[in-house]
Design a protein. Structure first.
Length: 213
C-alpha cells in the first residue's frame, strides 16, 4: 500500500468517527467562514472548495452569490452537506481526492482549502496545493485556512487531543514551508481565534514554474 492509499484509508476511518459531531464543531467557525467568503474579489465567482468536509465554507461562498463545488474524500462528512443547502444556493458536493482533482486546468476563479492540509502527510499536502494551482485561473485567488505557527500554547495542547497523527508535523513545520514547496507566495495573512488559526491569500501565477526543492 503506497502513501496515498494509506492516507485515504486513514482519512476515511478518521472522519467516519468524527463526522457525526463535526457538524456541531463547525459552529465555532461561523464568523471565520463568512470572513473568508467576503475575501472573494469578484462577483459570481466560480469556486472550488477542496477537502470541504461538511460543506460549511462552500455554503458560505454560495450565500454570497458564487457558484461553488465542494470536494471531499470522506463519504461520511459529505452526508452532512445536503442539510446546509438552501434554495437559490449554487453549490454542489462531490466525492474526490484533493491530490487528483477531476477538473481541467484553469477552471476556477478561486480555490480554497480549510483545515485539511494538517490532516495529510507532507507530500500529499503539497500535492493538494499544486492541484489547486493547476485548476485555478492565472491571477485567481487561492485561500487557505489552517493552524497557525507558532500556535497558541493552550490551543495546541487541546488540538493534540483530537487531531490526526499528521497534526504535530504540520504545526512544527509551518504552513509557509508547504506554500513555498508548492510554489505559492502569500499576499496577505490574518490570524484569529486567539492566534490558533490563520487565513492566507495567494494570487495564482501559472507561469511560476520554479518550485523549491
Amino acid at each position: 500500500m503506497d502513501n496515498q492509499q494509506e492516507q485515504e484509508k486513514y482519512n476515511i476511518g478518521f472522519f467516519k468517527r468524527w463526522a457525526p459531531i463535526y457538524y456541531w464543531i463547525e459552529v465555532a467557525f461561523i464568523f471565520l467562514r463568512k470572513k473568508v467568503a467576503n475575501k472573494i474579489g469578484k462577483s459570481h465567482a466560480k469556486i472550488l472548495d477542496v477537502a470541504c468536509g461538511t460543506g460549511s465554507q462552500s455554503v458560505a461562498f454560495a450565500k454570497e452569490g458564487h457558484s461553488v463545488i465542494g470536494v471531499d474524500l470522506s463519504p461520511d462528512m459529505l452526508k452532512y452537506t445536503e442539510r446546509k443547502i438552501k434554495p437559490g444556493y449554487d453549490v454542489k458536493f462531490v466525492r474526490g481526492n484533493a491530490t487528483k482533482l477531476p477538473y481541467d486546468d484553469s477552471t476556477f476563479d478561486v480555490s480554497s482549502v480549510s483545515l485539511a492540509l494538517h490532516e495529510m502527510p507532507e507530500d500529499l499536502s503539497i500535492m493538494t496545493l499544486k492541484e489547486m494551482i493547476r485548476v485555478t485561473k492565472e491571477g485567481g485567488q487561492i485561500l487557505i485556512i489552517e493552524y497557525n505557527t507558532p500556535p497558541n500554547r493552550l490551543g495546541h495542547k487541546i488540538a493534540k487531543l483530537y487531531e490526526s497523527k499528521y497534526y504535530n508535523h504540520f504545526v512544527e513545520t509551518g504552513l509557509d514551508y508547504f506554500l513555498k514547496k508548492a510554489g505559492l507566495e502569500p499576499i496577505s495573512k490574518e490570524t484569529c481565534l486567539l492566534g490558533n488559526f490563520q487565513t492566507v491569500e495567494c494570487t495564482n501565477r501559472l507561469n511560476q514554474k520554479t518550485v523549491s526543492k
